[in-house]
Design a binder for this molecule. Structure first.
Ligand code: PLP
Length: 457
């Protein structure tokens, strides 16, 4: 029983907020993701607001990472904070088998924005388990096991999700026996098909996929899993017609199309979901996480079409999670989506892409030899850095880093900008509600950092 005679201590009485103590305890007890533990010096974040974070030394940094591309509404958005506080005061948690008002409303709001027909939502804890469950649903629905996905992709760090992943994070855990097969998606700048135009890349990438499907045996393939716009792998916008071609191939062979919108969804690409850029293309399953509630409380999910949902009307769906549709995460999702609607955040992200990122990054590319290509849409942009624009030699090897990339990042940080780095790329992925002037400022800062690093290379 709770002893009500004891005073309720404040959080600051329980946690020493000093940066020094936080760092010391972290290094002693916290085991970090994707890291050689002895070789990292993680940055302490003591405070964050809107598009800014403050480090342990009190420096303010413009957060152009949205952390791991999830704080779509920026840090400490008052409407989301309030919803979490009020939900916590009323009912912190219930098991997934019970009905909860915040969860019901979150599902309604999500379904109101997903493409037509994706009206049922299965909630998970994040993106990897959303993909795991989408694949399980596809396998049970089709009675087939194989799953196809692209090499340049990321679908999550759990066992199956990391095997479906195409990027180097798969290698250490790749058992090659979980029924996953990789193919080349379209990427004109580094075309696997010797294409020279978007139309050629599209046609050849589709012909390649068709061949993979034929050679793997269409009747053995449960699903094709695709990021609607591959994110961490490089923000490669699919050429017009590609997703429609994949949809047609899936229809022809009864293959389930799973659109992974974990990173690209919820406004990041200037539409509620990135797949809307391919007009008329509707996936059978759509996975989401991150932006659904700006990552304030862990949440992911699968939006399910009628046909697949009906498979489990009278047949048990053999899967579930203790925290599926957690009330705190659901309350954060409701507040996030309502604030996105009321503040026209998706429209703002689209305008940032067209009016600021596209023209300013084109100028930047014109001014620096190290920039091989800039590409993106909405608040979702990548800069491909190369040591030689004619050979397109990456400035850091695939799966690795380099002194040149490290010095660009150090130059950005020194000037108060936190960039998202992946191998030879810098991604500019700020909160969707970042002001246009801050985007201009960040691109200016990046230009200075590139100029400084290339001058001393
Ligand atoms: N899918 C995509 C496209 C992602 O970008 C990510 C994470 O970055 C995931 C899945 C995995 O999500 P989580 O880390 O929440 O499991």
């Amino acid at each position: 029983m709770t002893d009500t005679t004891l005073a309720v201590p404040s959080l600051s009485e329980l946690v020493d907020p000093s940066a020094e103590r936080a760092y010391e305890l972290d290094r002693r007890h916290v085991f970090h993701s994707w890291s050689a533990q002895a070789q990292i010096k993680p940055m302490v974040v003591t405070r964050a607001e809107g598009s800014y974070v403050w480090d342990g030394d009190g420096n303010r940094l413009l957060d152009f990472t949205s952390q791991l591309v999830f704080t779509n509404m920026g840090h400490q958005h008052p409407r989301i904070v309030r919803a979490i506080q009020e939900q916590a005061a009323e009912l912190c948690t219930v098991a997934p088998g019970y009905v909860n008002a915040a969860r019901s409303e979150a599902a309604r709001l999500i379904a109101s924005h997903t493409p037509d027909g994706l009206d049922k939502v299965f909630f998970t804890n994040g993106g990897a388990d959303a993909n795991e469950h989408a694949i399980r649903m596809a396998r049970l629905h089709t009675g087939r096991t194989k799953v196809l996905s692209t090499y340049r992709s990321y679908h999550g760090g759990t066992h199956l999700a990391v095997n479906v992943t195409g990027d180097p994070r798969r290698w250490a855990s790749d058992n090659g026996s979980t029924g996953t097969v990789h193919f080349f998606g379209p990427f004109l700048y580094r075309s696997a098909f010797h294409a020279t135009t978007e139309a050629e890349e599209c046609e050849r990438a589709l012909a390649h996929l068709e061949q993979v499907v034929t050679l793997e045996g269409p009747g053995t393939i449960a699903a094709i899993v695709l990021e609607s716009i591959p994110g961490t792998a490089g923000i490669m916008i699919p050429p017009p017609g590609y997703l429609a071609g994949v949809r047609a191939l899936c229809d022809q062979h009864g293959i389930v199309l799973i659109a992974d919108e974990v990173m690209a969804g919820f406004g990041r690409a200037g539409k509620w979901f990135a797949i809307e850029h391919a007009e008329g293309v509707v996936p059978d399953l759509l996975t989401f996480a991150k932006g659904v509630n700006s990552g304030y409380v862990p949440m992911g999910g699968v939006a399910i079409n009628e046909e697949i949902a009906a498979t489990f009307d009278d047949r048990v769906y053999p899967g579930g999670l203790t925290y599926s549709g957690h009330p705190l995460a659901s309350a954060a999702a409701v507040a996030t989506i309502r604030a996105m609607e009321d503040e026209s955040v998706v429209e703002h992200a689209a305008a940032l892409g067209e009016d600021v990122f596209a023209p300013r990054l084109a100028e930047l590319a014109g001014a620096h030899d190290w920039i091989g290509e800039v590409r993106g849409t909405g608040a979702f942009w990548a800069i491909e850095l190369v040591s030689d624009p004619s050979t397109r030699e990456p400035l850091a090897p695939y799966g690795g880093s380099s002194d040149a990339m490290n010095s660009i990042v150090a130059g950005c940080k020194k000037r108060g900008l936190l960039p998202f780095v992946n191998y030879n790329r810098i991604h500019l992925v700020p909160p969707l509600n970042t002001a246009a002037e801050l985007v201009e400022e960040a691109i200016g800062t990046l230009g200075e950092a590139i100029a400084e690093a290339s001058a001393s290379a």
